[in-house]
Design a binder for this molecule. Structure first.
Ligand code: A3P
Length: 304
């Protein structure tokens, strides 16, 4: 009986467990990240690192997979050497009791592909000292918001998002992990004038992947044949990545990422926000967007 009761309590704990959030310079981040902030800030980048930087849900895993395959000259077998979250350390992640992203990256051989969601002002300075190449992928806020809502529902390492209505307000206020979408996309946009940053858009990648691959190749200083590019396009299509156990996050247990609620590879579309935004929310959003983006020189497409 006692065992069954304990098992029930454990089941309840696992089902309701949610990681706590803290803050660094006013940006909401997982508490476990805040606890090792000194280590993250002092992270030692290397000259030949390549960093994938995104606001959460902008298509990080997608561009990671594309760049990895480019570095491997299209060798699909090698690209499947490990799950995406193992082969590309997430530098500010500290998934206790597992190794932190920093500790893991430190043990990795060069050249390393790294991932971050940090806003520009929180970036470890060594990335700039070492002139590291950064691929920044941005996605329109409406689709990001919807994708993030579902992701926060399934991810126990993030707070429960509440109802869609509640989440809508929180997202607009920047009261979500990694902070404001507006500040993030604008901060990185401005930084591209001073650093080695290729600023890309999710919507462009959906529209014409091969055109976008060519920009990436130029930035990375690589050349690949049309045949290899086509292979990369095939292997990184939404459907292929949804079926690939190395990219669909099925390697994580449901106690961490509960994909029975919503799959990680959910829709992969531009414009899914139309299935979630109420007419009134869309008006509120568009007004806020206009104010926040004014003068930024940055524009997004919310449909193709
Ligand atoms: P949706 O939730 O809108 O489907 P991240 O990797 O930054 O967490 O982003 C995840 C989002 O990118 C999800 O969006 C996911 O479906 C989408 N995505 C991942 N791989 C993709 C691909 N190959 N093509 C299009 N979208 C993809």
């Amino acid at each position: 009986m006692a065992y069954e009761r304990n098992a029930d309590l454990m089941k309840d704990f696992i089902e309701t467990y949610r990681a706590q959030m803290g803050q660094v310079e006013g940006i909401p981040l997982p508490e476990s990240t805040c606890e090792i902030w000194d280590q993250i800030h002092n992270f030692q980048a290397r000259e030949d690192d390549i960093l994938i930087a995104t606001y959460p849900k902008a298509g990080t895993t997608w561009v990671q997979e594309i760049v990895d395959l480019m570095l491997l000259e299209g060798d699909v077998k090698k690209s499947m050497r490990a799950p995406c979250f193992v082969k590309v350390p997430f530098i500010e992640f500290n998934p206790k009791p597992m190794k932190s992203g920093v500790a893991y990256a430190n043990t990795m051989e060069s050249p390393r592909l790294l991932k971050t969601h940090l806003p520009i002002q929180l970036m470890p300075p060594s990335f700039w000292d070492k002139n590291v190449k950064v691929v920044y992928l941005a996605r329109n806020a409406k689709d990001c918001m919807v994708s993030y809502f579902y992701f926060q529902r399934i991810n126990k390492a993030l707070p429960d998002p509440g109802t869609w209505d509640e989440y809508f307000s929180k997202f607009l206020a920047g009261d979500v992990p990694w902070g404001s979408w507006f500040d993030h996309v604008i901060g990185w946009w401005k930084a591209k004038y001073n650093h080695e940053i290729l600023y890309m858009f999710y919507e462009d990648l959906i529209e014409d992947p091969i055109r976008e691959y060519r920009k990436l190749l130029k930035f990375l200083g690589k050349e690949l044949s049309d045949e290899v590019l086509e292979k990369i396009r095939h292997h990184t299509s939404f459907q292929a990545m949804k079926e690939n156990p190395m990219t669909n996050y099925s390697a994580l247990p449901a106690a961490v990422l509960d994909q029975s609620i919503s799959p990680f590879m959910r829709k992969g579309k531009v414009g899914d926000w139309k299935n979630h935004f109420l007419v009134a929310q869309n008006i509120v959003f568009d007004e806020e967007y206009k104010k926040r983006m004014a003068g930024s020189g940055l524009s997004f497409r919310t449909q193709l």
